[in-house]
Design a protein around this ligand. Structure first.
Ligand SMILES: Nc1nc2c(c(=O)[nH]1)N[C@H]1C(S)=C(S)[C@@H](COP(=O)(O)O)O[C@H]1N2
Ligand SMILES: [Mo]
Length: 260
């Protein structure tokens, strides 16, 4: 199937979605909490998920670009330098003490250093990042394939979601629901372009873009791609996390399945 055909389908789908959800004019930091808007978002989300999977198929690849298409300026969005003591201690030691914890519904919980992640089966891809605010940028990403890490951990069949817990707190709330987190479906975790990225444009991932590890989930919107990932957990439900909607922005009105 040609790239043009795929791109055309994606444009069509994106245009339809923007119309269906009214998200085109939205912004990560301008969220409506009106129940009416949220329920129409929920309805559109079911449609989005269904249409996306039927048209694109669960294994379809996101478009990849030549290196000449890499954006000279790739904006950093949301948190750009988590101020927690824990994170700043990792920065001070250039992430030598960083460990990615993999736990939950796995037979063998893992604690992986950056060297372990670099030694894991990896992939390099030049892809376009689309933020729901309406900007896009192209970069080259290199990372460990999440599916291989989960296989190594012995993911259990009951696992339905993979949760990512980040080092940053975007909003201070008494109950801790302001910490950035995300969840994705197990099928999307095993997609070949789903990476735990440690390099951007041939250099170690910059702090502003999520150092030392950020998720790349190329067929969904930017807010799904958790930066500063500290811990991964395999779950059968995400109802007990945050406010129960499956992610920091989902808890504030955005759709859980953000297909593009
Ligand atoms: N931990 C964390 N991950 C995050 C965010 C954030 O604020 N914190 N912002 C999200 C949003 S809305 C986008 S568009 C992308 C931005 O990635 P970038 O900074 O590399 O452009 O990261 C996503 N992942
Ligand atoms: Mo975003």
């Amino acid at each position: 199937m040609s790239h043009d055909f795929q791109a055309g389908r994606r444009r069509l789908l994106t245009a339809g979605l923007a119309g269906a959800t009214g998200l085109a004019a939205g912004a990560c930091d301008r969220i409506t909490s009106s129940p009416r808007v949220n329920s129409s978002l929920d309805a559109a989300e079911g449609l989005n998920n269904l249409v996306h999977r039927i048209i694109a198929g669960p294994a379809a690849l996101a478009r990849e670009y030549p290196e000449s298409a890499i954006s000279p300026d790739f904006r950093a969005n949301g948190s750009t330098n988590p101020d927690s003591e824990l994170y700043q201690a990792l920065v001070a030691n250039r992430f030598a003490d960083y460990r990615l914890e993999v736990s939950g519904l796995v037979a063998r919980p893992l604690s992986l250093s950056l060297a372990d992640l670099r030694a894991a089966p990896g992939r390099t891809q030049v892809t376009r990042h689309d933020c729901v605010e309406g900007w896009s940028a192209i970069a080259k990403w290199k990372g460990a394939r999440l599916g291989d890490i989960l296989k190594r951990a012995g993911l259990k069949p009951q696992a339905r979601y993979i949760a990512f817990f980040c080092a940053d707190t975007l909003e201070l709330t008494l109950d801790g629901t302001g910490d950035y987190y995300e969840t994705i479906a197990v099928a999307d975790a095993f997609h070949p372009q789903t990476l735990l990225a440690y390099e951007m444009n041939d250099a170690p991932l910059p702090i502003a873009h999520g150092a030392p590890i950020r998720l790349r989930l190329e067929r969904q919107l930017g807010y799904k791609m958790a930066k500063y990932v500290m811990r991964i957990e395999a779950l059968d439900s995400f109802a007990h996390l945050g406010r129960g909607e499956g992610g920091y922005w989902e808890d504030r009105g955005y759709q859980w399945y953000a297909g593009i």
